[in-house]
Design a protein around this ligand. Structure first.
Ligand SMILES: Cc1cc2nc3c(=O)[nH]c(=O)nc-3n(C[C@H](O)[C@H](O)[C@H](O)COP(=O)(O)O)c2cc1C
Length: 137
């Protein structure tokens, strides 16, 4: 069952940029083996990740990721079935966003409000998390 999971978490102080490169390297290596694709947005303070693939594989990976000490306060934003992948070409695409979230994407004021809500682990009111994430790629 093709599914998608999005979560937000707080980047640990000890998690340097070179640790993030290690995360991306192991993601690309491991996710290819289990046919998981997705993207990781990160700032100095937060992670926002979208995982796509088989439901059981995603849940097993999410359980593993939650235990990683390089982040904390992992909050599930959404999980559900999808008809097709939003990010089919990335084992794990990534993008750094500014910590003040003054990102230069084409977001309306209400979309920015929703994006900030998601980063706080809250449900967006108008937009879907995936549509906001897509704006960065
Ligand atoms: C924010 C974050 C996102 C991660 N995403 C993935 C991922 O998509 N795939 C993955 O295999 N590991 C991911 N990891 C790393 C795992 O927690 C774990 O360290 C890694 O899978 C171990 O891989 P290895 O056994 O090949 O060293 C992530 C870690 C963090 C902190």
């Amino acid at each position: 069952m093709l599914s998608q999971l999005i979560y937000v978490s707080v980047r640990a102080n000890e998690c340097s940029d070179s640790e993030i490169q290690k995360i991306l390297e192991s993601s690309i290596r491991n996710n290819a083996k289990i046919d998981i694709t997705g993207v990781l947005l990160y700032s100095d303070k937060k992670f926002l990740q979208c995982l796509e693939g088989d439901y059981d594989e995603i849940m097993a990976l999410y359980d593993k990721i939650k235990l990683d000490k390089r982040h904390k306060n992992v909050v599930l934003i959404t999980v559900g079935m999808i008809k097709e992948r939003f990010f089919p070409s990335w084992q794990m695409g990534s993008k750094k966003i500014n910590s003040d979230y003054e990102f230069s994407t084409k977001m309306s004021l209400s979309e920015k409000k929703d994006f900030n809500a998601i980063l706080k682990g809250e449900k967006p009111t108008e937009s879907k998390a995936i549509d906001l994430i897509k704006k960065f790629f």
